[in-house]
Design a protein around this ligand. Structure first.
Ligand code: NI
Length: 169
C-alpha cells in the first residue's frame, strides 16, 4: 500500500524513533509498504517516520528500482565507521522542492538487521554512504535542514510557513 509522505512540520519527523523489536509479518508488510511508497515518490531512501511510523527502520535503493539487488532494508541501523568527506546537494521527500549542500562522510560502514532479524555490516561510499547517513538521521529525528547554515535553514522555514498559509504545504 502506498502511504502519503509526511512533510516537514509534522512532529513525527523530529522525534527519535523506537527500536524494531519483532521481526514478524507485520514488519515485512511495513517494509513492503515503505518500498512501494518510496518508489511512488521517486525517492532513493525512506525512513519509517516519513510514513508516520516512529520505528527505527529504513529502506534504501540508490538505483531507484533499476536493480532489484540494490534494495536494502535496515532495522536499528548504526554507523560504526566513517572516513573522508563529500559535499553534495541533498534533498528529502519530506521537504519537496528544497535542497542544500550537506557535508557527509565519503565512506560509511553500517551495522543493521535485515527484515528477518539477521544482523549484517555493509561498507558504502558516495551516494549510498550519503543515503545511510540521511536515513539514520531521520531515525534520530534529524533532517538535512539541521545540517545547513542557520541563514539557509531560516530561509527554507520561512518559505514553508508561507506555503502552509496558502495551503501549498
Ligand atoms: Ni529524507
Amino acid at each position: 500500500m502506498i502511504h502519503p509522505i509526511v512533510k516537514y512540520g509534522d512532529p513525527v519527523l523530529e522525534t527519535p524513533a523506537r527500536p524494531v523489536e519483532k521481526f514478524d509479518d507485520e514488519l515485512k508488510a511495513l517494509v513492503a509498504d515503505m518500498f512501494e511508497s518510496m518508489y511512488a515518490a521517486q525517492g532513493v531512501g525512506l525512513a519509517a517516520p516519513q510514513i508516520g511510523v516512529s520505528v527505527r527502520l529504513t529502506v534504501i535503493d540508490v538505483t531507484n528500482g533499476k536493480n532489484p539487488e540494490a534494495k536494502l532494508v535496515l532495522a536499528n541501523p548504526e554507523i560504526i565507521h566513517i572516513d573522508g568527506e563529500q559535499r553534495e546537494d541533498e534533498g528529502c521527500l519530506s521537504l519537496p522542492g528544497f535542497r542544500g549542500v550537506v557535508p557527509r562522510p565519503l565512506y560509511a560502514t553500517v551495522r543493521a538487521f535485515d527484515a528477518d532479524g539477521k544482523v549484517f555490516e555493509m561498507r558504502s561510499e558516495g551516494l549510498l554512504a550519503r543515503a545511510f547517513c540521511h536515513e539514520i538521521d531521520h531515525l534520530n529525528g534529524v533532517l538535512f535542514l539541521n545540517h545547513l547554515s542557520m541563514l539557509k535553514r531560516d530561509m527554507i522555514r520561512r518559505k514553508i510557513r508561507k506555503m502552509k498559509k496558502t495551503g501549498e504545504w
